[in-house]
Write a protein that binds this ligand. Structure first.
Ligand code: MF3
Ligand code: CO
Length: 254
């Protein structure tokens, strides 16, 4: 577990601010008819403008700047020529490398008008992320986050995806420790000041079973139910917790 000093956390915050702005601009682009490759191209263009690099591109040979996961795709969807349609939801998951400091964040975005049932799934998943973050405090433990996420999601009878977790981040896309979205029997390290982690609930409208597609990347629900994913990079400080991928106040996009 590589702890970060305050100066390094400030650098990850710069990376995270770029990422927040990028995701916000991409969110505003999402509408029926746009293709996943359009979104990927725009993501690359925006990051270039910030003199930042897409951290996922080339990571474990991942071929794109962003993960675009549509409907029953949970995570790691590879952008292709598919056109988004009214009623779809698309997960946008992106990592930014700014001067060697990595941030990781994801949102799930409605395309046009979505069913109320799916709206609720998105709302509860984002709430679970916020409750997980709120449960983190210096001196606490990873499972405080896991428990808060899992409680909120299971209260709504959704499926919590277990084989994929949040993770340490900052110097690399994936670092120790793991941050599960359920209370596992695995390691439960302390939340020490200087710890930087990505918290990322993945939640299915149906069962929790997932499968990986033939492209070796796209994770989908086995029952075909819709899935949602929200993610922030957070830092544990001496005196509390900072969200490093929150959109800075008063930001004007366009
Ligand atoms: N965002 C993913 C995660 O949270 C990482 C994407 S894997 C990549 O763990 F290969 F696409 F980078
Ligand atoms: Co992540």
């Amino acid at each position: 577990m590589k702890l970060k000093n305050p100066k390094q956390i400030e650098s990850i915050r710069e990376s995270g601010a770029i990422l927040a702005r990028t995701l916000e601009q991409l969110r505003q682009l999402v509408e029926p008819g746009i293709t996943l490759l359009d979104i990927d191209a725009e993501c690359r263009r925006i990051l270039r403008g910030y003199h930042a690099r897409p951290a996922f591109l080339g990571y474990m040979d991942y071929p794109a700047a962003i993960c675009t996961s549509v409907n029953e795709a949970v995570i790691h969807g590879i952008p292709d020529k598919r056109k988004l349609r009214n009623g779809d939801v698309v997960g946008l998951d992106c990592g930014v490398d700014f001067e060697g400091f990595i941030s990781d964040s994801a949102i799930t975005v409605p395309v046009g008008t979505i069913r109320p049932e799916i709206q609720k799934l998105l709302q509860v998943t984002e709430e679970a992320l916020e409750l997980g973050i709120a449960a983190a405090r210096p001196g606490g433990r990873i499972h405080d986050i896991s428990r808060a996420v899992y409680r909120h999601v299971s209260r709504h009878n959704y499926g919590v995806v277990r084989p994929y977790s949040g993770h340490g981040v900052g110097f690399a896309v994936h670092e120790e420790p793991q941050v599960p979205n359920y209370v596992s029997s695995g390691p439960n390290p302390r939340l020490k000041p200087g710890l930087v982690i990505a918290v990322e609930p993945m939640v299915n409208l149906g069962g929790d079973d997932i499968d990986v597609c033939d492209d070796d990347w796209t994770v989908v629900t086995v029952d075909g139910s819709i899935s949602a994913h929200f993610e922030h990079t957070i830092a544990i400080r001496e005196d509390g917790v900072d969200v490093l991928t929150r959109l800075p106040e008063a930001m004007e996009v366009s």
